[in-house]
Ligand binder design. Sequence first.
Ligand SMILES: [Zn+2]
Length: 493
Amino acid sequence: MKPVVTRIAGIALGLALPLLALDAQAAGVADTQGKSPKYVFLFIGDGMAMPQVNSAEIYAKAIASKDIAIKKLRFSQFPVVGMTTTYEAGSFITDSASAGTAMATGNKTLAGVINMDPGKTRKFTTIAEMAKSAGYKIGIVSSVSLDHATPASFYAKVPSRGDMYDIAVQLTQSRFDYFGGGGFAQPKGKNKDQADVIELAKNAGYTYVNSQADFQSINRSAGKVLAVNATLQDASAMPYEMDRKPGDLSLADYTRKGIELLDNKKGFFMMVEGGKIDWAGHANDAMANISDVIALDEAVAEAVAFQSKHPNDTLILVTGDHETGGMTIGFAGTKYSTFYNKIAAQRMSFQAFTDGFMKPYKAENKGAGKFAEVVPMIEKSFGLKMADLSAEEKVQLERAFVRSMGGEIEKNPLENDYLLYGGYDPLTVKLTQILNQHAGIAWTTYSHTGVPVATFAQGAGQEQFNGYYDNTDIFRKLVKLMKLQAAVKVAAK
Ligand SMILES: [Zn+2]
């Protein structure tokens, strides 16, 4: 109980902790040692390792002050932190399917496979299914489509994460109590010739809501709920947090509604994914990445508020499934300095710029167009002033612009397109890379990396999550804490 004494001493000494820190600490000092949680939250920041968490903390401070200091997130103040390895069966660099399988079932598998062994013959039972059998209510929330790899890892078993229609059908058969957030990538199958999954869900007893008004008014009398956000941006996902219109639903709203719908005496298990942290990482867009980390933190705040009412029975875990983008704090061009305040001038995500500006501009100016014409929009969208760019950066942007416009003749044969642009709109990705470099933020890849992630814990059984362990151990620790061993044995038969 030593850490508890230290924390109480810290509060008694009147250390200048912000109010939120005190709330978090207060929940942490509840007598939770060895307790079995009745209410379990598992927050997964897709593509979120320490560079993403710490960048959000640096940014939150940098927009208000020049001090070299950080503003902690709610979850980075949790009393227990562990480090978690993420490698999968075939690589040190996992994808979300194999990482989700590891956390949800305790098994390593290959990239792309969801809840099946590497040979794709044996199916695994998930922690959410076990909890359901044990009487917990189950909620699955994601800012990306509900048939995406991370949410699917809690209810589906498929040889390929690309089988998104099969995944969606399995969602409707899951009997889980609440699904909320994004929509479906293939609601009628790859060829749009299958039964609509929304209809299948309704037939399976789900109340389907798709408008903000219906979402707000829905309550426990609705039974099982499938809530799809009214506004979907790319690939049936909710918009990036920085593109979300004021008043539109957030990940925190979906989390709060989940708590309202799932709250019952037997307990619940809710997985909430911040899925677009990963997508912003793939695209090397730090501002979109950081704002989605902050959106995840705001969703965590909803769980913390619930926990303050049930301090002895609630466990909140926040982890990542892997790192994305090779994001780091430090760039050769800025040496030991960072300027995180510079990304604050970015007004929209890379996706909103590509969809809202580059696509129509390209359509209007087929193969032509002038870089000077897009400069005002660049300055407005990213806060990048041409006068602040080096001659080399201007050349990079102009070359990227030509590539964006489809000017293949301009291509330098020594250039590797993938290394330069990663398959994104060339101008857009070059803009966020240059802006991020000015801030002292660098990226190494458009894919995932193999670095460990941090796992933060607060509440009943939190002490289990101290130390350095594997992502499969998250399943094992939860099984032990939630007393689901019997369910594991039945599933193994
Ligand atoms: Zn990814």
